[in-house]
Design a protein around this ligand. Sequence first.
Ligand code: FES
Length: 99
Amino acid sequence: MTPVQAAGRDLALASTQEGIFAFADRCTHAETRMSEGRLRACRIICPLHGASFDVRDGRVLGGPASRPLDTYPVRISGGYVEVLLPDPGATPAGGTVVR
Ligand code: FES
């Protein structure tokens, strides 16, 4: 996993056998950095209390967290990982692409 800052946000990138996924680098339970946790296939495990999430869609796989992680669309373009971040007030398809 790789922590990154983009457009004022803390993100994490996870490289898995299913591809690269981007998500908010904050556990929804108590704000710990998820990029310091462990990645097992597509399951990320929080380093503080052990909640787990699916990096593909952010859904909770195990408590104590109950809210999903925010996840963001990713594509590889010209050797860069591009992440589409939503702009406040943008249409569902709108947003900012960061590399
Ligand atoms: S801070 Fe992640 S499970 Fe508590």
